[in-house]
Design a protein around this ligand. Sequence first.
Ligand SMILES: Nc1ncnc2c1ncn2[C@@H]1O[C@H](COP(=O)(O)OP(=O)(O)O)[C@@H](O)[C@H]1O
Ligand SMILES: [Mg+2]
Length: 209
Amino acid sequence: MKFNSNGLFISFEGPEASGKSTQIKLLAYFLKKNKIPFLITREPGGTKIAEKLRRIILDKKANITATEEILLLMSARMNHINNIIKPALKEGKIVISDRFADSTFVYQGHVNKYGMKKTIDLHRILLNNFLPIKTFLFILPVNQIIKRLKKRNVTNKYDKIDTSFHKNVINGYMKLSKNKRRFIFIDALNSTNEINDKIVKSINNLILK
Ligand SMILES: Nc1ncnc2c1ncn2[C@@H]1O[C@H](COP(=O)(O)OP(=O)(O)O)[C@@H](O)[C@H]1O
Ligand SMILES: [Mg+2]
């Protein structure tokens, strides 16, 4: 299999419980089986410092403003890019991140009303507009999100059972992804195997390019 020696940076995005982590696990299984070098990481987090910041950012009791949260997220992200993502890409790996900058554009920019454009502008200025080559965007109707969340424990402040919150998240992702070729839409109602097939096909196309 021909492999792009510059590495590939790919992110998984979408609302809570849309199946991102499930699909990353299945993709990892495929990459391992085919001996394709890869690295799986997540945001907020990915490094020791960024994981510490994650705890603060996702703390249900933390009393911080949207702006303060954005600054923490962006410093965590810079640390993650410099210490984990860029080195792995340099080694030619496929780097897969469970959430990345788009989550900040949607959750802090759109949902928490800091402003999506302002958040994207900050990313451009502070993080040199570092973005994945492709982003799998999982779309799931809000009633299904609530149904799936009820089955698992609420673990952080964005995991809450709140219909209007999740609708707002979905609207944010729709606005962000409109007319952008970077996004590959995933119908999260499909079976895990069907979704895995679609993702593997997309990855194969990217590798063979
Ligand atoms: N395609 C699917 N169909 C039905 N349920 C799914 C599917 N993918 C994942 N799930 C279930 O939905 C829940 C959330 O999945 P998860 O991968 O943790 O989502 P996320 O990482 O996006 O929050 C889990 O209980 C998982 O088993
Ligand atoms: Mg997850």
